[in-house]
Design a protein around this ligand. Structure first.
Ligand SMILES: *Cc1c(COP(=O)(O)O)cnc(C)c1O
Length: 238
């Protein structure tokens, strides 16, 4: 079995290859290591290999892990370098914990959630960096606004004092066909350009996971969210 540092190395190489193939600057593609279901130990292994940005889907698991990693890294002073991103579905009774513990939220899909996050963001923490989640494939089971709701949600978020709207995020319907994958990601890029045309300065496209990273990079992804290719297969039974 390969180790987390080796996997990280391989993912960086894959990002560089895709960037070269699609004429992208690899420094404009950030790697978010999705550590959900894995423990603080695995986060530390990735940290030791140079990884700094981590993504979590479940609030309680994420908050506990952040505290545990901070405790383990206290002596190194390294905890300040870690940047935690919340990428999972958001219930309104969990917004305070998210606002207090994370630097980024990728999964904003309603005005009420955005408003609460802004109200509950501690001023000492600086603005929360946020993306709107778009249900790009229109699946009933997926969170996210429909493409035609992006505009009005974006206009709501930009006037909230403690949020900084950075861009859009999607989790398209799974497909092994790269052309199908690219088509979904292209739609998100089009929505981003529509916001930019209206003077809303969004610079982030959070798209691409282990199975569709290359297609996402081809279509302009600036943050790829990679879990299993770094940490291995997840065991949801635990
Ligand atoms: C789990 C998850 C990922 C990572 O998925 P992998 O297939 O393990 O790379 C990325 N984004 C979101 C929103 C996720 O829930």
């Amino acid at each position: 079995m390969s180790s987390i540092p080796q996997n990280l190395q391989a993912v960086h190489e894959a990002i560089a290859l895709s960037a070269a193939r699609y004429d992208r600057n690899p420094t404009e593609i950030a790697l978010l290591a999705v550590s959900k279901t894995f423990g603080a130990e695995q986060v530390l292994q990735a940290w030791q290999a140079g990884q700094r940005a981590f993504g979590e889907n479940y609030v309680q698991e994420g908050v506990d892990k952040i505290a545990e990693v901070r405790r383990l890294l206290a002596d190194d002073g390294g905890a300040e370098q870690l940047v935690w991103h919340f990428i999972g579905p958001i219930q309104s009774n969990k917004t305070r914990q998210i606002a207090e513990n994370f630097s980024w939220v990728h999964s904003i899909d309603r005005e009420k959630i955005a408003t609460r996050l802004s109200e509950q963001r501690p001023s000492s923490a600086g603005k929360l960096q946020v993306c709107l989640q778009v249900n790009i494939s229109g699946e009933a089971s997926k969170s996210g606004v429909t493409p035609d709701q992006v505009d009005s949600l974006a206009k709501h978020v930009v006037q909230l004092p403690n949020l900084c709207l950075r861009g859009l995020m999607c989790v398209p319907e799974a497909s092994e066909d790269e052309a199908v994958q690219r088509q979904a990601f292209r739609q998100l890029a089009v929505l981003q350009r529509q916001l930019q045309t209206q003077g809303i300065a969004v610079d982030t496209l959070s798209m691409g996971m282990s199975a569709d990273m290359q297609a996402a990079i081809a279509e302009g992804s600036t943050i790829v969210r990679i879990g299993s290719a770094i940490f291995g297969k997840r065991d949801y039974a635990v």
